[in-house]
Write a protein that binds this ligand. Structure first.
Ligand code: AMP
Ligand code: ZN
Length: 219
């Protein structure tokens, strides 16, 4: 088996670039992205999620820990996660962080935690302008990083989508949830003696990925 890469945890408020950076790590290190937001959206789309969960998501609040923990636990058991994975959007609460530690016990993967830091005032335009490709997952921004042809993915020409929760009122709720429930989890990791690598989320995405990949390669 190839060398393990690790359990990579990406923290950062919505719009900080977790999804974009996770995609770079996937390409560079060949480990899967485990995005709880994507998993939940897929279930809502397929009609397999409880309507209550869809409503919680539409309001910008966090869905119940038990459900997310179970989704992640099942996903991490898949064979493609053996060398590691990039967690994007998980853990988001103290109970999720504890559940994750339980899942990682005994599998020997080193945890690498990153915090993508950026002020909230920068995030609103990023999120309201965000467009995602439903086919390949590419992420664009109509202001800062537009597709070559409006509303079409550069790679596969698929019509781009806007997330229902990327509206200003909902974004404010999501930022509040981040401050109240998720930021303390970073402290929990620090208190456990886990190094948390800080990345400057205001830098161009390519510079952030350069730093991230250097840290992962050196580890
Ligand atoms: P994201 O794509 O990471 O911005 O997540 C979108 C929405 O999915 C969040 O606003 C929550 O409603 C829900 N969600 C995603 N990940 C989690 C999680 N780890 N815990 C609770 N809710 C989550
Ligand atoms: Zn695409």
């Amino acid at each position: 088996m190839q060398k393990p890469v690790g359990a990579i945890v990406l923290f950062g408020p919505p719009g900080a670039g977790k999804g974009t950076q996770a995609r770079v790590v996937v390409q560079r290190f060949g480990i899967p992205q485990v995005s709880t937001g994507d998993m939940i959206r897929a279930q809502v789309k397929a009609g397999t999620a409880a309507t209550a969960a869809a409503a919680i998501m539409q309001r910008g609040e966090l869905v119940p820990d038990e459900w997310v923990n179970q989704l992640v636990e099942e996903r991490l058991k898949q064979p493609d996660c053996r060398r590691g994975f990039v967690l994007d959007g998980y853990p988001r609460t103290a109970r999720q962080a504890q559940a994750l530690q339980g899942m990682l016990e005994g599998n020997g993967l080193p945890i690498r935690t990153f915090d993508i830091r950026i002020g909230h005032h920068e995030l609103i335009p990023r999120l309201t302008g965000r467009q995602c490709c439903p086919r390949c997952g590419a992420i664009y921004n109509v202001h800062g990083n537009p597709p070559k042809r409006p509303n079409l993915c550069d790679r596969d020409q698929t019509p781009l989508e806007t997330r229902a929760d990327d509206r200003e009122e909902v974004i404010r709720e999501r930022l509040l949830a981040y401050e109240r429930q998720t930021r303390p989890v970073i402290e929990f990791f620090r208190q456990q003696g886990q190094p948390v690598y800080e990345l400057d989320g205001t830098l161009p995405a390519s510079e952030i990925s350069g730093q991230l990949c250097r840290i992962l390669s050196a580890a």
